[in-house]
Design a protein around this ligand. Structure first.
Ligand code: SF4
Length: 538
């Protein structure tokens, strides 16, 4: 009897036959090529002229997703046809590698939002800015504005090298030994938009930072600062992290990489993913599955022999932070000036607010704003004499440098307002939740804020598995037996020293309306029972 081995669609093994509809459309035409059709056809002839394989496929290569049609309940999300879910408006994601923006760039994004996006803007936990209500007719003019300011939406979504995370305080932090920004810049300039890397098995997420403030444990490839006992400062290399439905923490390869080698090593890792990644099933197409099957030793050997043609030196593990570095508050830069981190609620701002931030930064002597991986932002280079004025001015726009612990620690994904996969509301619920918790728990003084992350569906755009309290949106039954919006609870996840995934408490589901009660109970119980210095995830 012969054994038939099923192809996983690994190109390096000669398995080039496309095995699912995504692989078919990517093979038929590169996602990047949709730009010409948007400029020459779709923006002129309107939404109805868009080819379905572009609409629900290739548009992502330029940061465009159709929004959810308003009024469709979360309970119907899974059963409804894609064309019924699609609104005629788009979400547009602006990729901001390293989270670095000039005041002028921020002002331009604000202008695009107010002119073309009904004044919407969200800061994401991957240092992007997302705008909504974008019409296809306006996309060429938007690109002209953004690109004129040195910004891009290229490969902001799709099966591509996504935005590269970097430390929001790169180049200014007193704790940093090497500023990794040149490596981020080199990768962006050389490889973003490169057709050789625009058909990956799925998305590919990167973090490059001296400080471990970019969630390196949950990226496809990460470089984190470490001092080698003989070779000096450089970077530890991790691969295969990711959350979503099969979460995995990244694996250290035990290799040591110098700053100037990062682009070459990154290029090797992404090509392994392109060539060997599994393309048969979308939910197994992330790099983490290949790394889990191969292990660190085999992955490193292939990287060194087939892709780099040289061995990398062994290196030590990077130190892990005790608590998340969100950079909120006033901090001294190494040049004596200050950086000030501000917390909106769950990243929700607006075009008007972005424009105001740019103006406030400039009035404080700064031309640089950075986005964080916690849906926050940091103004760099502030004249220390002007920090108070900046803080007061930003507070009038709802951005706080001394936020309550709840405002500081709540994150939320896009949710049902705009996302076609969502089952429940998240952003607005995060806003009301913060208000509730600020009132209910004003007397509670925890040593560290509890990270509370809300997701609108089983995906993990807001990193629920690595939150103290992770909330996964689903329809639940309330006390009266009604089907209502609610959350499955995951408790005790974390990154850094506490890296691990929260326990999913199967029986524990909470309705959206009961969320304030539930979190109050849990926070008070933790406060009563904890020993000094104990963290929630311990
Ligand atoms: Fe959409 Fe789900 Fe991601 Fe939230 S977690 S933005 S609902 S896909």
């Amino acid at each position: 009897m012969s054994t038939v081995t099923r192809s996983n669609g690994q190109w390096a093994l000669g398995e080039r036959e496309p095995l699912n509809p995504n692989e078919v459309f990517k093979q038929e035409d590169d996602g990047l090529n949709v730009r010409a059709r948007i400029e020459e056809v779709y923006s002129r002839e309107g939404f109805a002229s868009i080819d379905p394989s572009d609409l629900r496929g290739r548009m992502r290569w330029w940061g465009l997703y159709t929004q959810r049609r308003p009024g469709i309940e979360g309970g119907r999300t899974a059963s409804i046809a894609p064309e019924e879910l699609d609104d005629e408006y788009f979400m547009l994601r602006v990729r901001i590698d390293g989270g670095t923006l000039t005041a002028e760039q921020l002002q331009v994004i604000g202008e695009v939002s107010t002119q073309y996006g009904r004044d919407t803007a969200d800061l994401t936990d991957r240092q992007n800015i997302q705008l909504h209500w974008i019409r296809i007719e306006d996309v060429p003019a938007i690109w002209e504005l953004l690109e004129g300011a040195g910004l891009t939406t290229a490969e902001a979504c799709g099966d591509t090298p996504r935005v590269i995370l970097g430390s929001p305080v790169a180049g200014v932090s007193a704790d940093e030994v090497i500023d990794a920004t040149p490596a981020i810049d080199a990768i962006r300039e050389r490889f973003i938009g490169d057709p050789e890397l625009s058909n990956l098995p799925r998305k590919f997420k990167t973090a490059i930072s001296w400080l471990p403030d970019t969630a390196p444990e949950i990226n496809d490839v990460s470089f984190v600062g470490v001092v080698h006992p003989e070779l000096g400062p450089g970077f530890d290399l991790l691969v295969g992290g990711g959350l979503s439905t099969n979460p995995k923490l990244a694996t250290r390869l035990g290799a040591f990489v110098r700053l100037e080698e990062i682009p070459e090593v990154w290029h090797g890792v992404i090509r392994i993913f392109r060539d060997y990644g599994y393309r048969r099933l979308r939910h197994r197409a992330r790099l983490k599955f290949l790394v889990a099957d191969w292990g660190a030793e085999k992955f490193r050997e292939l990287l060194e022999t087939e892709y780099l043609q040289r061995a990398l030196p062994d290196g030590p593990a990077a130190p892990l932070p005790e608590q998340p570095l969100d950079h909120v508050g006033v901090h001294e830069q190494r040049d004596g000036r200050a950086y000030v981190g501000f917390a909106p609620i769950a990243g929700r701002v607006s075009g008007t607010v972005l424009t105001e931030i740019a103006a406030a930064a400039q009035a404080s002597g700064s031309d640089r704003v950075r986005l964080t991986t916690h849906q926050k932002l940091v103004v760099l280079d502030v004249d220390p004499a002007r920090t108070d004025a900046l803080i007061d001015r930003m507070a009038t726009s709802g951005l706080h440098a001394k936020p309550s612990p709840w405002r500081r620690s709540v994150m939320a994904c896009t949710g049902i307002e705009f996302c076609k996969l969502a089952i429940v509301e998240t952003k607005a619920r995060a806003q009301t939740l913060v208000d509730e918790l600020e009132q209910r728990l004003d007397d509670l003084h925890l040593e560290q804020p509890l990270a509370i992350h809300l997701n609108g569906c089983p995906n993990s755009c807001a990193r629920i598995q690595v939150a103290d309290i992770g909330l996964k949106g689903q329809i639940v039954t309330d006390a009266a037996g009604k089907q209502v919006e609610g959350f499955q609870v995951h408790l005790g996840g974390g990154l850094g020293l506490d890296a691990g995934f929260g326990r999913k408490l199967r029986a524990l589901k909470v309705t959206s309306a009961e969320l304030g009660d539930y979190i109050e109970r849990i926070a008070r119980r933790f406060d009563e029972q904890r020993t000094p210095g104990e963290r929630f995830a311990q």
